[in-house]
Design a protein around this ligand. Structure first.
Ligand SMILES: Nc1ncnc2c1ncn2[C@@H]1O[C@H](COP(=O)(O)OP(=O)(O)O)[C@@H](O)[C@H]1O
Ligand SMILES: [Mg+2]
Length: 367
């Protein structure tokens, strides 16, 4: 087990800067997930921790020791990749034992270690099979097992479930959560799948273009996003954004005027702003209901997605660049181009400045 501390980590590929000074402390035993859009630097950051990429500037400590100059094998880490290259000519047992053999362990030493890991991952019955005789999920388990058997202080995962089909991904996500409870080892997990991030992480690190946008628990990020980017990145369907101007301010919060003159309330502290400022109102689909009293927004239905337990209604609304989404009860029949009245509680609203930063919410609901 080991903590990971990053100070001003910079990574340049030739003239191109990819990481712009990452400061992050990961506690011993913590499960931290890096999320962000493709190309934002998640893999590069993970690979600098692993020692697969040099660090251009800054300091990296693992277990309290500076490791900038140490090769991967001396860092006490183990990494699982998206493409789990198993040795095709070796059995599952041999694949699992390979690293320990290489490290000079005898058969008497590595056999119990391999068997124990196989048990944890429920692949005991597969030990004599070759990789080609395994399903995708079983192969990924072997790849994870190969990593666990080394007993590293820190596990690094780079999108380990991205190549699996949806059902298997859900199953493996549960497995990883269980594994984490059993091993109690520091884990750093990269994904672009925000559901994976929300369900697995103690803390999520949202990256964008080589910089950290926000670090926090899944609940903190969901309820108190620091800016519009984080607000839009976490949640599915994602938060709706309506641009308008600040029309009034009082103790209850702010009133926003949309381009067509409709007014909406949001319970935020906008005391630093001036009337007339351009702002963006944010509200999540799950916080919108169909009703015509209260904090009402008139919008025009475009289409409905029926998901079984709920439906998602898409509507054109003033100030919204793309149709907004509202989660509604499943049996609600809405015809396209119906005019709908939507409501949301001002306490559930978010408000962003023109530069994207969030105004402080007056009722930040932390579950
Ligand atoms: N070996 C490399 N040489 C040059 N540029 C690279 C190299 N590896 C990654 N990059 C660039 O660094 C940026 C971040 O890439 P990456 O860390 O793979 O993103 P992510 O994993 O978030 O999708 C991208 O613009 C990518 O093109
Ligand atoms: Mg990547």
């Amino acid at each position: 087990m080991a903590a990971v501390n990053m100070r001003g980590i910079v990574k340049d590929f030739g003239p191109v800067r990819t990481l712009f000074g990452i400061d992050l402390d990961i506690a011993d035993g913590e499960f931290v997930v890096f999320v962000g859009p493709s190309g934002c630097g998640k893999s590069t950051l993970l690979r600098t921790i692993a020692g697969l990429e040099d660090i251009s500037a800054g300091e990296l400590k693992i277990g309290g020791v500076r490791v900038n100059e140490l090769p991967p094998v001396k860092r006490g880490i183990s990494m699982v990749f998206q493409s789990y290259a198993l040795y095709p000519h070796m059995s599952v047992f041999e694949n699992l034992a390979f690293g320990l053999k290489l490290a000079g362990k005898s058969k008497a030493e590595y056999t119990p270690a391999v068997e124990q890991v196989a048990k944890v991952l429920q692949i005991e019955a597969l030990l004599q099979r070759r990789p080609k005789d395994l399903s995708g999920g079983q192969r990924q388990r072997v790849a994870i097992g190969r990593s666990i058997v080394q007993r590293p202080g820190v596990f690094l995962f780079d999108e380990p479930l991205s190549n699996l089909d949806a059902a298997l991904r859900v199953q493996m996500r549960i497995e990883i959560a269980r594994l984490r409870r059993e091993l109690q080892t520091t884990m750093i997990y990269v994904t672009h799948d925000q559901v994976e991030a929300m369900t697995l992480a103690d803390r999520i690190v949202v990256l964008r273009a080589g910089r950290i946008e926000q670090v926090g628990t899944p609940n903190e990020l969901y309820h108190q996003p620091a800016n519009q980017f984080v607000a839009g990145f976490l949640g599915s369907p994602s938060m709706n954004f309506l641009t308008g101007t600040l029309a009034a301010l009082d103790g209850q919060g702010a009133t926003i005027a949309l381009p067509d003159g409709q007014r909406l309330q949001v319970a935020v502290d906008a005391s630093g702003a001036s009337l007339g400022d351009a702002v963006t109102l944010g509200v999540r689909p799950e916080h919108i209901t169909l009703c015509d009293a209260g904090n009402v927004l008139q919008a025009m239905a475009v289409t409905t997605e029926h998901l079984g337990d709920t439906s998602v209604l898409y509507l054109e609304a003033s100030g919204a660049e793309v149709p907004i989404a509202a989660r509604i009860p499943p049996l609600q029949q809405i015809v396209p181009w119906d005019r709908c009245s939507l409501c949301f509680d001002p306490k559930n609203g978010h408000l962003f400045r023109a530069d994207g930063l969030s105004f402080r919410r007056l009722y930040p609901t932390i579950v």
